[in-house]
Design a protein around this ligand. Structure first.
Ligand code: NAP
Length: 312
């Protein structure tokens, strides 16, 4: 009969989840790592990763996650491919994972590593040129655009902060915003307005992203219906991210106002024995390097919980 109870369940096999699996396996914790698709998470679709230590020449997102998956498998991480429909956390002692097919399993400790997804514009060229000039992360990809002209779409804190960061590399950054004023907090606006490398196209939307093999130009339309073309070598779509929390019971588990999960320094959420690691965590920086660290940390914290929970 298939095993239906584990000491530890890890949800999601991106960098945080795979690292958590590796640490759980090496600690000989009775665990299972559940992922609905191929292991690797959002990084699988990242063209090139240049800021993960140990790879001085950089590495493609696919290869990096392939290596992380192989590393987890070398230590016999128990990976199950199945879609989770819901999580029940009302009983602090026994957490229940319910699958889309109606089956379920239980655990004593749970690590949530379900990540987040960047919001998409859904316009022609966006998917086709992703990783070929279309990016969703300025901090990750800025160095690829040295001395180039790039566009940033969005007017929130992320767009304005990343536009400023991009000017360390790009020769010019054009912020394209659908209204006539930015949403970003004033201090970020002041910094951006003082930056001579940033200019603005107001009251406008991008209708398509074009280029032969890489991004070459954007088609725009303003709020009066006038069309124009902007030649750029890159476009950063920074219109918010959405936490992958649809399976979580947010009436039981505390989330911030955007749906990310706050934790303490040890990745503990508002519920004993439930931890969050990686992009689903409420935090400032969302990168592979801190996702891995949090994944490792969460296992150490969960192991401590499993050993001491009768005393808690
Ligand atoms: P956000 O605040 O939701 O801003 C999203 C921006 O994208 C808005 O300007 C919005 O325009 C625009 N937008 C949304 N959908 C669009 C579409 N389909 N087409 C064109 N434009 C679109 O998201 P965020 O900037 O990622 O920030 C998320 C949260 O993290 C915020 O609360 C922010 O304060 C926080 N954050 C803080 C810091 C910091 O403290 N340093 C840094 C980054 C993020 P409208 O303005 O017209 O709605």
């Amino acid at each position: 009969m298939e095993k239906s109870h584990f000491e530890l369940v890890i949800l999601g096999a991106g960098p945080a989840g795979l690292t958590a699996g590796l640490y759980a396996s090496r600690s000989r914790i009775d665990h299972i790592l559940i992922e609905k698709g191929a292991p690797g998470g959002q990084v699988l679709t990242t063209d090139w990763v240049d800021n993960y230590p140990g790879f001085p020449d950089g590495i493609s997102g696919f290869d990096l996650m392939d290596k992380m998956t192989a590393h987890a498998k070398r230590f016999d991480v128990n990976i199950m491919t199945k879609e989770v429909a819901s999580v029940e956390l009302s009983d602090p002692a026994v957490k229940r994972i319910v699958f889309a097919d109606g089956s379920s399993l239980t655990c004593e400790a749970l690590i949530i590593c379900t990540g987040a997804s960047p919001n998409k514009l859904g316009i022609p060229g966006e998917a086709e040129l992703a990783g070929k000039g279309v990016s969703y992360c300025g901090t990750c990809d800025a160095p690829f655009y040295r001395n180039m002209h790039v566009a940033v779409i969005g007017g929130g804190d992320t767009a304005v902060e990343e536009a400023d960061y991009l000017t360390r590399f790009a020769s010019k950054v054009t912020i394209i915003h659908r209204r006539d004023e930015l949403r970003a907090i004033k201090i970020l606006q002041e910094t951006a307005f003082a930056n001579e490398k940033i200019d603005y196209i107001w009251n406008s939307r991008v209708t398509s992203i074009e280029g032969d093999k890489e991004v070459e130009r954007l088609q725009l339309v303003d709020n009066d219906g006038n069309s124009s073309t902007l030649e750029v070598q890159g476009v950063f779509i920074l219109i918010g991210i959405t936490p992958n929390n649809e399976m979580l019971p947010l009436d039981q588990l505390k989330a911030d106002k955007w749906g990310f999960i706050p934790t303490d320094n040890e990745t503990l959420t508002s519920i004993p024995g439930v931890y969050a690691a990686g992009d689903i965590r409420s935090k400032l920086m969302r990168q592979v390097v801190n996702a891995c660290g949090e994944g490792a940390n969460s296992v150490v914290a969960a192991e401590h919980y499993l050993k001491t929970r009768s005393e808690q």
